[in-house]
Design a protein around this ligand. Structure first.
Ligand code: NAD
Length: 481
């Protein structure tokens, strides 16, 4: 099998196998070929991973922040040096076009390691003077061993976005990739060791939801960071709550994109394409409800159709291909099910709708109304719902009528309106005149059912550390007796 890893898991600085675990086939979704087989982690593997993380974390936290940071930056450099090979693997794991993975996955993981590596040496506390010479100082301490649980759409990025802030703060991480894309995180684990991260500080265990649940309920785990769907988020959050664990929840969305009459139509169409069809629509923050003001609707749809003529499908390993298959047959079935539902419920199929193998064509429904299933549920595929609106107040109200709150965007040349609308939108990440840019410097995460906590930026530090407050007395202790 052409992408078979050395072993299924990476524990205590080395590959580890336990063939007693259920076999998981890794499938290249373009060909349907089994490219690797891994075993789900047995309780023994999970135990070894957590035990090694407990030991590794002690050594790691005892190092200076600057030293930890140097090692993380070294890991970022190794990732960049190996970008091509890592991107090819990411494409095998997910089916996303190499054209995308070369610029969006390992590179984004490296950005996170570099950024948090840079911050690691400056994570300090405060000095707080009090009366009579007394004072308080605070220390920013690691949480301990964290568990990361990943979705399948960005396996390298998700592993790094969790590992980088966790490790910068002196934690260890046990990462469970999605069972659909188990390969990439193993390479990141190899690179961590090569860069000098001590054994046990970054471990990878494979498995389905039960392995994630075992991590979320183990008393040695201090924090769970999940990237996944809202239903899974509810389960993991509840499990973590029972032991008062910290959580970060990066969940799903049904994000609105508001295009006003005065918008630059090319920018709006470009944003809608990026925010619906990049990674074949398998992006959590996608702007799948595109609200277009009535005056610009025809022009918007016309340019959208013209630009969709430039979609190139084919083997995603071919760099000229810009649109790949869905990650799995299951996901392709889910998406085609939603397309059928859109038709049944009376939306106009404006573009796409076809499926060939696991490639679902970029699909646009127009004349969508708020009550239709395709306007309410996260599809996680290349299906854009175009809705129209009369005025700003109406657009904002309808945009917010959802349980989700991950992202939102507004396209307008009126900057005052841009800021006003963004202020009113219930979303954790907003864009004005662009879509889906998520640089490591910017906080990323959702409100409402889309999540808790933030990844990236300085905000993430607060989610991977805790503050200890130390009161130091200068005088006598004044006790009543
Ligand atoms: P999913 O919820 O099915 O699975 C996510 C992960 O959770 C997998 O590793 C899975 O094995 C694990 N899991 C499942 N049940 C579990 C349980 N009971 N306890 C612990 N772990 C469990 O999601 P998916 O289908 O892999 O990914 C798609 C979803 O992820 C979409 O909803 C998408 O929006 C979301 N997502 C969110 C972000 C973000 O940053 N907000 C990014 C990417 C994907």
């Amino acid at each position: 099998m052409k992408q078979q890893p050395t072993a299924s898991h990476f524990v205590n600085g080395a590959y580890l196998e336990d063939t007693a675990g259920t076999v998981i086939d890794v499938i290249y979704s373009w060909t349907g070929e089994v490219i690797a087989k891994v075993h789900s982690a047995t309780p023994d593997v999970i135990d070894q991973a957590i035990a090694s993380a407990v030991e590794g974390q002690k050594k790691w936290a005892a190092m200076s922040g600057a030293e930890r940071g140097r090692i993380l930056v070294r890991a970022a450099n190794v990732i960049r040096e190996n970008n091509h090979a890592l991107s090819v693997l990411e494409t095998y794991d997910t089916g996303k076009p190499l054209q995308e993975t070369l610029v969006a996955d390992a590179t984004s993981g490296a950005d996170a390691l570099e950024y948090f590596g840079g911050l690691a040496g400056s994570l300090t506390g405060e000095y707080i003077p009090l009366a009579d010479g007394d004072f308080v100082y605070t220390k920013r301490e690691p949480l301990g061993v964290c568990a990361g649980i990943g979705a399948w759409n960005y396996p390298t990025q998700i592993a790094c976005w969790k590992a980088a802030p966790a490790l910068a703060c002196g934690n260890a991480l046990v990462f469970k990739p999605s069972e659909t894309t188990p390969l990439c995180a193993l390479k990141i684990a190899e690179i961590m060791i090569e860069a000098g991260v001590p054994a046990g500080v970054f471990n990878v265990v494979q498995g389905l939801g039960d392995v994630g649940a075992a991590l979320a309920t183990d008393p040695r785990i201090a924090k769970v960071s999940l990237t996944g769907s809202v239903p899974t988020g509810r389960k993991v959050y509840a499990a973590a709550a029972a032991q008062m664990k910290h959580v970060t929840m990066e969940l799903g969305g049904k994000s609105p994109m508001l295009v006003f009459d005065d918008a630059d139509v090319e920018a709006a169409v470009g944003g809608a394409i990026l925010g619906n069809f990049y990674s074949s629509g398998q992006v959590c923050s996608n702007g799948t409800r595109v609200f277009v003001q009535k005056g610009i609707k025809q022009k918007f749809l016309q340019r959208l159709k013209e630009r969709l003529a430039d979609v190139v499908t084919g083997d995603p390993q071919d760099e000229s291909v810009n649109f790949g298959p869905m990650v799995s047959a299951r996901q392709a079935d889910i998406v085609t099910g939603y397309i059928a539902k859109g038709r049944e419920e009376g939306a106009t199929l404006f573009a796409g709708g076809e499926r060939e193998g696991l490639v679902v064509a970029p699909t646009v429904f127009s004349d969508v109304t708020d009550d239709m299933t395709i306007a309410r549920e996260e599809i996680f595929g290349p299906v854009m719902a175009v809705l129209d609106f009369e005025d700003e107040e109406e657009a904002i109200r309808r945009a917010n009528e959802t349980e989700f709150g991950l992202s939102a965007a507004v396209f307008t040349k009126d900057l005052a309106r841009g800021h006003r609308v963004v202020d009113a939108l219930e979303a954790g990440t907003c864009w004005i005149n662009t879509y889906n840019l998520a640089p490591v410097e910017a906080p990323f995460g959702g409100v409402k059912a889309s999540g808790i906590g933030r990844e990236n930026s300085k905000e993430a530090i607060g989610h991977y550390s805790q503050v200890k407050s130390v009161y130091v007395a200068a005088g006598d202790v004044d006790a009543p007796y």
